[in-house]
Structure formats: structure tokens, C-alpha cells
Ligand binder design. Structure first.
Ligand code: ZN
Length: 209
């Protein structure tokens, strides 16, 4: 089994880009359509700001049994720094609680998984996550779609690292350059299936359900 996970990032800076018309969208409906067409279960780590920006897309994902939703913080601020230039949140538990409240409304049975923005954490961050009853989830395979300039790079990087039990991190954001994820997906899924591996949700991979 392999878990494909997709992060739906949204910072207040990204919101500003959308408001100023500098970026068309940070949602990628083509990627969602491709996952459905290929019947690929996926786990979507959502920021609260992304849910609020795209309530209809979020509700569509929540209503589809192919997908499960989980927590990626409220505004994608870092839980420890330095973290790829992300500012540090001054309220870790508030960030978790606000996002969980949004997820509870969308998908009451969602698994209580959390992914740190940028994957950055320290002991205090782990304590905050545990105190909210959440399980932190990292990854072993970076698809590289946040920075890739060609779909082939994403395909090569993903398939180069993937094996039984892998957790792959990709992104649900549209715009550039992560809008290439949808183009890369069919070859990624084909490669995974050719190796006798099966894409499943994170809950299934980890045996939570
Ligand atoms: Zn992220």
C-alpha cells in the first residue's frame, strides 16, 4: 500500500495574491477530477484558510468517500523556525483547534491527523499536537511539485522514492508551478500500480480503520 497525500496550503500572503489577481487560484479541480477518474484514494491535508477560500471544493472532497480530510494548520504558519521562510505561529493549539472545527463541520468522522506546515517541528510543537489529540504525519517521499518546473521531474522524483508503506507528499494548490501535479498524476499512479502497489488513504495505510 502507498498513501498519496495532498496538502492544500493557504497563507495570508497567498490570500493577498488571490485578492490582487496575481494568482488565479490555489485550488486544482483538474487534479481532483484526475484522482476520481483514476479511482485513487487520497488524503487531503487542509489549512483552515484554504477551506474558507474554497468552501464548495472542500465540501465536494468531504462528500466523496474516495477522499479523507485532515489538518494542515489554520494559516500555514510554522510550528518551529526556521522553516523555509514561513513566519512562526504564536498560537499552535489555536491554529489546530480552528482547523479542526472547520473539518468537524465538513467531515465529522475525519481522522485526527496533522501535518506540520513545511514539516517543521520541535518538542514544543509535538506537545501541542498531542495535547489536541492529533497524530503528526510526516512523509518519506517528496513529490517535489511545489517547486518542479516540469511534470516529468515530479513523476521521476515520486516513483524514485516510492515503495510499500510510503507516504507521498504532493500539493492540491493550483496556479504555478504546483499546477503541474495534475499532469504528473496519471504516470505516477501507473508506476505505482505497475509495481504491484495500491494507493490507499492514510487511515488504511496506518490501520486506523
Ligand atoms: Zn503545506
Amino acid at each position: 500500500m502507498v498513501a498519496l497525500t495532498f496538502d492544500a496550503d493557504m497563507t495570508s500572503y497567498m490570500e493577498g495574491q488571490l485578492d490582487r489577481g496575481e494568482v488565479d487560484s490555489y485550488a486544482n479541480p483538474r487534479l481532483i477530477a484526475e484522482l476520481r477518474r483514476l479511482k485513487v484514494p487520497a488524503t487531503i491535508f487542509m489549512t483552515g484558510l484554504w477551506i474558507k477560500r474554497y468552501p464548495d471544493v472542500a465540501a465536494g472532497l468531504a462528500a466523496d468517500p474516495l477522499f479523507e480530510l485532515a489538518d494542515h494548520s489554520y494559516d500555514h504558519k510554522a510550528f518551529s523556525t526556521p522553516c523555509y521562510g514561513l513566519g512562526r505561529t504564536d498560537d499552535m493549539r489555536g491554529s489546530l483547534r480552528r482547523t479542526e472545527a472547520l473539518l468537524d463541520r465538513l467531515a465529522p468522522a475525519h481522522p485526527r491527523f496533522f501535518r506540520f506546515p513545511g514539516g517543521c517541528f520541535d518538542k514544543a510543537a509535538l506537545r501541542a499536537v498531542a495535547a489536541e489529540g492529533l497524530t503528526p504525519i510526516q512523509w518519506d517521499v517528496v513529490g517535489g511539485d511545489a517547486f518542479a518546473t516540469s511534470k516529468d521531474v515530479i513523476v521521476r522524483q515520486t516513483l524514485g522514492g516510492v515503495r510499500g508503506g510510503s507516504i507521498v507528499v504532493l500539493h492540491l494548490g493550483g496556479g504555478k508551478p504546483s499546477g503541474l501535479t495534475d499532469d504528473a498524476l496519471p504516470a505516477i499512479v501507473k508506476g505505482i500500480r505497475e509495481r504491484g502497489l495500491r494507493p490507499v488513504t492514510l487511515s488504511t495505510l496506518l490501520g486506523h480503520r
